[in-house]
Write a protein that binds this ligand. Structure first.
Ligand SMILES: C[S@@+](CC[C@H](N)C(=O)[O-])C[C@H]1O[C@@H](n2cnc3c(N)ncnc32)[C@H](O)[C@@H]1O
Length: 445
């Protein structure tokens, strides 16, 4: 993968803009159409208006009243217009409060001021692709995604991560792709779309063909499955032997996808031991959420902008968190964030593993050590941004303030439409959990 050796540029420009900044595609044509249907009402209004204006002119209140009326008209048109830009759901009181939240408080302002945590790579390097490359990729990927065999991939990847995996894979052009956790085979299909002729290895306890009996699933012809009775956990595999068998000499030509809900620190150590360098982790859960210890959690430290948390109930953070929880399903308030002894790291002070079948309380010192270790092996850490802002995708789950700025920012409906994203159902945008691409190497001794 020669391209990855020069991954020096920042991938995404993180300039944040207010949600209502621009809107290329939303026109005002729709409003007013209904009213034109009832002509009699309009006429009555006109004659009444003329009578009022005559009276006001006579009494010299005409200009002050006209100015006031204009101000009210402009203000209400702004409110009506911004309705197209925000995510509208449920009741009208919900709608009004959400509108106030978006329009006046800003989508990202709260946590934006606290920052978005992320891991630091050893030498500050990042990926070579840019936001322009991501936009071009999106344009290409939407029609591909529309042909996916598994339309309902609940519990698997949605649109954002499918795009991220496809984009990263196509950019890196590996000689071998390994996936751990295939479920019905959607991610195998995504890998195949990115690299039509490259072999895949899939490690997953239940073979995707089993799902075919119940509905759509994807089984790949050029994939070696370690599934069913042949299942081997990634950490137990003799990778040296397997690579030899497949004629892979250069491990930097291999891309590994982890979507198996295992402790990511454990997976990182196993991948390093095997010598793999390019890793993608699908579920990079934010602190206080998820069923396994993730890089987001590991790197969340007091010295990281947006990291380290206060469990003090009267703190600004507590107030901000409880407010944001009203709007975003996955947001966590202080009660949920903090475990016994005010432990906020991981999930309530726990290092979770294996779909939360195992969880272990760790001290802050251990958690800090883990982040030191991770940062000592990171050459690149890149979180996929959400494809589009929530006012466009209508997603209500993840808090946009805890994510990098989206590829298509709020307010850019024209662009959203041009990329074909408006053709997709809203539900496919709900699964974003900060998918991350890592380039790793053992620390030099
Ligand atoms: C979230 S699903 C994967 C979704 C899939 N990648 C997709 O995009 O549709 C997690 C999968 O991990 C599998 N799994 C559980 N334990 C595993 C392990 N130790 N190694 C690999 N896969 C495992 C589960 O059986 C399940 O199929």
């Amino acid at each position: 993968m020669p391209k990855t050796n020069t991954m020096l540029e920042r991938a995404v420009v993180s300039t944040r803009r207010p949600p209502h900044a621009t809107d290329e595609g939303v026109s005002g044509e729709v409003d007013g159409g209904d009213e034109a249907g009832d002509e009699s009402k309009t006429r009555k209004h006109i004659s009444f208006a003329i009578r009022i204006s005559n009276y006001l002119t006579r009494t010299r209140y005409f200009w002050p009243v006209l100015t006031l009326a204009l101000v009210i008209a402009i203000a209400s048109s702004l409110v009506i217009h911004s309705r197209d830009l925000v995510c509208v759901s449920a009741s009208s009181s919900d709608y009004i409060s959400r509108l106030r939240f978006f329009a006046f408080d800003g989508l990202e302002s709260d946590f934006g001021s606290l920052g978005v945590p992320c891991c630091r790579s050893k030498h500050g390097r990042t990926v070579e692709w840019t936001s322009k490359d991501l936009l071009k990729g999106l344009e290409e990927f939407v029609p591909i995604y529309e042909t996916r065999p598994i339309k309902n991939n609940m519990y698997g990847m949605g649109f954002d991560h499918s795009f991220g995996l496809w984009f990263i894979t196509r950019w890196l052009k590996p000689d071998l792709m390994i996936e751990s956790g295939a479920f019905k085979g959607h991610s195998t299909w995504v890998l195949r779309q990115a690299m039509p002729d490259t072999p895949i290895m899939s490690l997953t306890p239940r073979h995707p063909e089993k799902y075919l009996k119940k509905g759509p699933a994807y089984v790949d012809e050029n994939c070696t499955y370690f599934a069913g009775k042949d299942f081997v956990d990634f950490g137990k595999m003799d990778w040296g032997r397997v690579m030899k068998k497949h004629g892979i000499q250069d491990l930097s030509q291999v891309l590994v996808l982890f979507d198996d809900h295992q402790n990511e620190l454990k997976r990182l150590k196993q991948a390093l031991k095997a010598g793999f360098k390019h890793l993608v982790f699908e579920d990079n859960y934010d602190t206080g959420t998820g069923d396994h210890y993730s890089f987001r959690q590991i790197c969340d430290q007091f010295y990281v902008i947006g990291g380290g948390h206060s469990c003090f109930k009267d703190s600004d953070e507590a107030r901000i968190r409880s407010r944001r929880k009203n709007f975003w399903e996955k947001a966590v308030d202080i009660e949920e964030l903090c475990g016994p002894g005010e432990a906020w790291w991981g999930v309530r002070g726990q290092m979770r593993d294996d779909f939360n079948h195992s969880n272990k309380a760790i001290t802050y010192a251990e958690h800090f050590e883990n982040s030191r270790f991770v940062e000592s092996v990171l050459d690149v850490y890149w979180e996929l941004p959400p494809v589009a802002g929530p006012s466009l995708t209508h997603q209500t789950r993840y808090d946009p303030a805890r994510t990098p700025s989206p590829v298509v920012e709020d307010g850019r409906y024209g662009l959203f439409q041009r990329l074909g994203l408006s053709r997709l159902e809203a539900s496919v945008f709900n699964g974003y959990t900060q998918m991350v691409y890592l380039q790793v190497s053992e620390p030099q001794k």
